[in-house]
Design a protein around this ligand. Structure first.
Ligand SMILES: Cc1cc2nc3c(=O)[nH]c(=O)nc-3n(C[C@H](O)[C@H](O)[C@H](O)COP(=O)(O)OP(=O)(O)OC[C@H]3O[C@@H](n4cnc5c(N)ncnc54)[C@H](O)[C@@H]3O)c2cc1C
Ligand code: FES
Ligand code: FES
Length: 482
């Protein structure tokens, strides 16, 4: 019998013995009867099911908006789960009032999710609601009725209210930020007591790791889309409840990234931003903020998709993977990990614990490109990353990867060999395109025809080089001669 799960749901302690794989969405609607959390797509796309999850970090608490349709209840142990009912205890919150005033709700189906996401943004990042911030905050929320102009107006109104109240836009974390939000009724008063209540809950119900021999769940954003019908009635092994696997550390020129690091944690980490200066903008094209709050690097690699975005990037960084089973650890180069379509060098029961790569030196540039049918919140038709080291105008070393053009994420060996030792110029890029086209084998599928994907291989190579070396290589010269 698995141990009961203890967490705080809105302002009350909760205990459940439901199977850990039960979706938080189903738990809320069918068991706890908090039906303000809506069921829409059940695939992480629409945001109708959005909840806030608060997690202790020392004395402070961090809240993230997350789609409850892809999150197992087992993940809630020791956390604060907040639904729309938990935000609005008496009057409308200023976020809700601003949406009403701006005409930002019609049928209302999306509205609870939108309020939860915007409140999550205020809790995590404060009210600097310019256009970019609104897109970021609402990247995972679809509204079919009103369009987004009225929601943008509502956000502007919320930002004005902060300014009017004398917010200096400096305090963005910790208890002072939380108190400010409570004072201005953006969050209800009981939020202030949550950190100490969670500490007491953890002391009374310590977790001793899990002995469950069920399917492994990291962020759940892939496996629940694939197996959403079976997993909810089963016990699952929630990797997040085992210790570790979340840190990012620098060790003598190597970066060690825990496999449970989320896309969002990776992209916002100062060390990663130093190594990969474009990481924040690349990340904007990966899923939505809400999915990135759950999607892990380990899950991106182990789901073995040929078009995982972080996989393309980590493969270009020539990462090594640490795999563990029953206390034994082995290391596999990522380039050898993918054996065929959805086939990995991963033994039964093995867990990917860490991803390691060499910190790029100052002569090395890293870049990522992605084309998908929809600009954001979409899986790539083709993606590509490159790590390239140049000295005195020549390419010393390069690792180019392409996704979506073969059964596995492809490290373009022949193209990389071709590029090594060549000068950085458009002639070199033309030669590399010819080699690259001979290395790929795209197929027709819902993300595009083989012909289209072949064209994208060419375009992405040009995009890499013209972005990284704008003085030597321009996009225009390729269009003129094509
Ligand atoms: C709406 C939406 C948009 C998306 N957009 C993108 C996108 O733009 N780009 C992109 O690349 N992906 C995207 N995805 C796919 C998904 O979010 C990513 O692939 C994500 O990285 C999967 O990680 P996870 O932690 O959620 O994996 P999970 O679903 O938890 O696990 C996936 C598989 O890997 C196994 N696994 C996970 N971690 C480990 C581990 N450490 N050791 C051993 N096995 C493990 C699990 O058992 C499971 O079989 C999207 C998904 C959704 C729902
Ligand atoms: S129901 Fe659509 S994202 Fe969860
Ligand atoms: S108001 Fe109807 S979907 Fe947004």
């Amino acid at each position: 019998m698995p141990e009961p799960l203890h967490f705080i749901l809105n302002d009350k302690e909760y205990e459940t013995t439901l199977p850990g794989g039960t979706l938080v969405l189903d738990f809320l609607r069918l068991h706890a009867r908090f039906c303000g959390t809506k069921e829409g797509c059940k695939e992480g796309d629409c945001g109708a099911c959005m909840v806030l999850v608060g997690e202790l970090d020392g004395d402070t608490i961090h809240y993230k908006p997350i789609t409850s349709c892809l999150m197992p209840i087992g993940e809630m142990h020791g956390k604060h789960l907040v639904t729309i009912e938990g935000l609005n205890q008496q009057n409308l919150t200023p976020v809700q009032q601003a949406i009403v005033d701006a005409g930002g709700s019609q049928c209302g189906f999306c509205t609870p999710g939108i309020v939860v996401s915007l409140t999550g943004y205020l809790l995590q990042r404060g009210p600097s609601f310019d256009d970019v911030a609104v897109k970021y905050a609402l990247g995972g929320n679809l509204c079919r009725c009103t369009g987004y102009a009225s929601l943008k107006r509502a956000c502007t109104e919320v930002a004005h209210r902060f300014e009017h109240n004398g917010d200096d836009h400096t305090t963005r974390s910790g208890i002072d930020h939380l108190r400010k939000l409570i004072e201005w009724q953006m969050a209800p008063p009981y939020f202030e007591s949550i950190p100490s209540r969670l500490q007491a809950l953890a002391a009374a119900n310590p977790t001793n790791g899990q002995q469950i021999d069920g399917p492994l769940i990291a962020g759940g954003t892939d496996i629940y889309v694939q197996r959403g019908a079976q997993l909810p009635n089963t016990e699952v092994r929630i990797l997040g409840r085992d210790s570790g696997m979340k840190t990012i550390e620098v060790h003598e020129g190597d970066i060690h990234v825990g496999a449970l690091t989320t896309f969002e944690e990776f992209a916002t980490h100062p060390e990663i931003q130093k190594c990969i200066p474009g990481i924040v903008s690349y990340n904007l094209y990966n899923a939505s903020w809400q999915i990135r709050n759950r999607a892990t690097l380990g899950g991106n690699i182990v789901n073995a998709s040929p078009i995982g975005d972080m996989t393309a990037l980590l493969l270009a960084l020539e990462s090594e993977l640490l795999l563990q089973r029953q206390g034994q650890t082995r290391t596999v180069a990522m380039r050898d990990f993918f054996k065929g379509y959805k086939k990995l060098d991963l033994q039964s029961g093995e867990i990917l614990t860490e991803i390691r790569f060499a910190k790029p030196d100052r002569d090395t540039l890293v870049h990522f490109e992605k084309v998908s049918k929809r600009k954001t919140l979409d899986i790539a038709s083709v993606n590509s990353a490159i790590r390239i080291r140049c000295k005195a105008g020549s390419i010393v070393e390069t690792a180019l990867t392409m996704g979506g053009v073969a059964p596995i994420p492809l490290l373009m060996k022949n193209t990389n060999d071709f590029l090594t030792g060549k000068p950085v110029c458009s002639e070199t890029v033309r030669g590399a395109i010819a080699v690259a086209l001979s290395e790929v084998s795209p197929i027709n599928d819902i993300r595009g025809s083989a012909e289209y994907k072949t064209l994208l291989v060419r375009q992405l190579l040009i995009a890499h080089f013209s972005t990284l070396f704008p003085k030597q290589i321009t996009v225009r010269e390729f269009y003129e001669t094509h």
